[in-house]
Design a protein around this ligand. Structure first.
Ligand code: HEM
Length: 551
């Protein structure tokens, strides 16, 4: 029996079926090429005669598009052979392009797993230690192109900075769902990490709307809290005195953040024992809530606008949520990130006395005219630039400055997501955006140099002035992420850090201990500022009485 090949040609793309087929003249058997089409069952078709194929194909397709042609009968030998070869070529092409284009597996893997590492433990440890080196290698080998990494959790695709705009608002790419997975949020001790991945985005909406809305109301209380916290932490040494910087900043930031909820700094330092901490947290928050309820019943409680416990209650609007857990995740999101940036910035400043005196000039000028207004913080452009430049770079222990993270905008796909080149990131897979844009020499002149003035110059460029603000995000500065999931707390963090640094710079002379060499803690793709950093402080008389400025 001679069966004819069957091609189904659609106008937009080509789907080819060549069924088992003998061509008697050459006695050649053309192999079966199965394109499994969900709409057609090939096995059934295979047994059909040509006419049945035709009607089966036509009836199986919901709407044959214009240009659809089904070629089956009435072909002579050379036509059949020619068409068969064409079909084989098309099939080969489709296999190479269409099929491989669909999956991110086509991207090169920088660090393929070793076959002898059955448990994957050796690999995980290696990635934890050297992950940042693999990202660097990928950036060097495939500049401006996607590549893949075998990370300590799974394979992840690192996308070039120029694709940040393309993926920034994709509905199927989530940040906190990835955090949920990484921090095992389904286990009781890690519950706070589940709070951010709720579909109603309660956490994000409270931070984005409530916290940012009331920023102007909290600048003055922030300043008052900073005064108290500094007095308690560093006091006012009349001689140079050395302090452990990172730990003291962590406590200071925890305290400042707590001026929103007044509670959590008592909980966070003990987060090593998470379950205990959760219980402690419950014990701390519950009486506060109960007291408020009791007062409310008597008509004696007026909720304030600058209190996160109230914000969550309002935003939840009757939906169930755990108030303790939300206080904890808020603190986790806010405290380590902000103290890390404060640490990094102070180490940069302590090495540059000229920059410090310029900052003092700026502060005196802005605050003596406007006091503690939201606009005052906005007008501290040099302070803004120092923070932004410190965030852009981390001082590298060996050679030069390097970005804070080697990739950012971590996303987990909750459905299939198409990339600009047609590649599909499948559900459950991870993507990152490379931070190479933060040291792109075509955008940043001499990118490895610590030069805060670059952002002052950017302020003066009409089309780019917005990019100079600490809170602005772009593929050239993604330390706060970018797009739909960009850090909603950055507006608060920027204000809090400016107030804190302002107090420190005005009230203390600062320098680094002699011979101090900064290192960074590297874990996988993260680089944290030096956890062992120390600083020398000596009290000075501020030019203006900042503690009695009004708002
Ligand atoms: C210097 C301080 C901070 C840094 C460097 C920082 C950094 C980040 C980054 C990189 C992301 C992921 C963004 C993305 O991938 O697009 C993020 C998300 C987030 N941050 Fe921050 N953050 C800081 C302070 C804060 C503060 C103070 C809060 C809360 C008061 C906060 C709350 C959040 C939340 C809720 C998210 C999740 C956003 C989402 O899922 O859509 N962060 N942050």
């Amino acid at each position: 029996m001679v069966e004819s090949p069957c091609w189904l040609v659609e106008s937009r793309y080509i789907r080819v079926r060549v069924l088992d087929y003998h061509y008697p003249k050459f006695s050649a058997r053309i192999p079966t090429l199965n394109f499994i089409d969900t709409r057609l069952n090939h096995q059934v078709l295979h047994k059909m005669d040509t006419t049945s194929w035709q009607s089966a194909l036509q009836s199986a397709l919901p709407k044959p598009t214009a240009g659809t042609t089904i070629l089956t009968q009435g072909l002579d030998t050379s036509q059949v052979l020619g068409l068969t070869l064409c079909a084989a070529t098309v099939v080969a092409y489709l296999l190479k392009t269409t099929n491989s284009n669909r999956d991110s597996k086509k991207y090169p893997v920088v660090n393929p797993p070793q076959s002898f590492d059955i448990t994957g433990n050796t690999f995980r440890e290696d990635f934890q230690r050297n992950g940042f080196l693999y990202v660097k290698k990928g950036n060097r080998l495939f500049p401006g192109k996607p590549f893949r990494l075998t990370t300590n959790f799974s394979k992840a695709t690192i996308l070039p900075p120029s694709w940040a705009h393309n993926i920034q608002n994709k509905p199927n790419l989530h940040f906190m769902k990835a955090i949920h997975q990484d921090f095992h949020a389904d286990y009781p001790a890690f519950k706070p990490f589940a709070a951010g991945s709720r579909d109603d985005r309660l956490l994000q909406s409270v931070v984005r709307t409530q916290l940012t809305k009331y920023l102007n109301k909290i600048t003055l209380p922030l300043s008052a809290e900073t005064k108290l916290a500094l007095d308690l932490t560093y006091r006012a040494p009349t001689e140079w005195k050395e302090f452990q910087l990172k730990d003291t900043l962590l406590n200071l930031i925890a305290r400042l953040s707590s001026c929103l909820h007044g509670i959590i700094q008592r909980v966070l330092p003990s987060c090593r024992k998470l379950l205990d901490t959760l219980n402690q947290g419950r014990e701390i928050v519950r009486p506060v809530i109960e007291e408020r309820r009791a007062l409310a019943k008597q008509g004696k409680y007026t909720p304030t606008n600058t209190d996160t416990i109230n914000w969550f209650k309002k935003a939840a609007a009757g939906r169930p949520y755990n108030p303790v857990i939300y206080q904890m995740i808020l603190s986790i999101a806010a405290i380590h990130t902000s103290s890390d940036l404060a640490n990094e910035t102070l180490i940069h400043l302590a090495q540059r006395p000229k920059l410090i005196s310029e900052l003092r000039q700026e502060m005196i000028q802005v605050l003596s005219t406007d006091g503690w207004k939201k606009s005052s913080l906005f007008n501290m452009k040099l302070l803004n630039a120092c923070l932004k430049e410190s965030q852009r770079l981390k001082r590298h222990p060996y050679k030069s400055n390097k970005p804070i993270m080697l990739s950012a905008m971590m996303r987990m796909a909750t459905g299939n997501v198409k990339l600009p080149d047609g590649t599909v990131i499948h559900k459950g897979k991870r993507t990152f955006i490379s931070t190479a844009g933060m040291s792109d020499p075509t955008f940043y002149n001499d990118p490895d140099k610590f030069d805060p003035y670059r952002f002052i110059r950017l302020h003066e460029e009409p089309s780019k002035e917005n990019m100079a603000h600490l809170i602005s995000t772009s593929p050239h500065h993604i330390a706060f992420g970018h797009g739909k999931h960009a850090c909603p707390g950055r507006f608060f963090a920027a204000n809090e850090l400016k107030v804190l640094l302002y107090h420190i710079i005005m009230k203390y002379n600062i320098m680094l201990p002699e011979g101090y060499v900064s290192t960074h803690r590297k874990a996988a793709i993260m680089i944290q500022s030096d956890p062992q950093s120390h600083i020398l402080l000596r009290a000075r008389q501020p030019e203006i009485d900042i503690d009695s400025l009004s708002g």
